[in-house]
Design a protein around this ligand. Structure first.
Ligand code: HEC
Length: 104
């Protein structure tokens, strides 16, 4: 019984560590978007902000850029960029941006 309790505790700790690692990974990936979309996705104007946007919306836009479904004169850069990320990486970034306070 004692062993099972210990094993359960270990599993819980491992899960907690994995979640924290995902958050850091999401933040690190998202840092690559800051040049254009602002620190933490809080845009200073011009380019749309990502902070505080819905997770599902962000994922849908990234996929739409990937496939070329979303296009426009300003979209070329996002077409290139979006293709460089896996679904998992996109989901981690979406988690991160959705949790940020919206900018201006
Ligand atoms: C070189 C500049 C640049 C970088 C770097 C960049 N973006 Fe963009 N992004 C843009 C521009 C410009 C648009 C507007 C495109 C349009 O309206 O079609 C845009 C639009 C978007 C949108 C749609 C926003 C909305 O409100 O509909 C999302 C989502 C997005 N980018 C995500 C990202 C992510 C995630 C990263 C980092 C991996 C990133 N972008 C990096 C320039 C950039």
């Amino acid at each position: 019984m004692k062993t099972i309790g210990l094993l359960a505790a270990c599993a819980l700790m491992a899960a907690g560590a994995a979640a924290a690692q995902d958050r850091n990974l999401g933040r690190n990936l998202a840092a690559q978007c800051a040049n254009c979309h602002g620190t933490n996705g809080q845009s200073q104007g011009g380019i749309p902000g990502l902070a505080g946007q819905g997770r599902a919306y962000l994922i849908a836009q990234m996929n739409a850029f990937k496939t070329g479904q979303r296009s426009g004169p300003a979209s070329t850069i996002m077409h290139q960029l979006a293709k460089g990320y896996t679904d998992e990486q996109i989901a981690l970034m979406a988690d991160f941006f959705a949790a940020q306070k919206p900018g201006k």
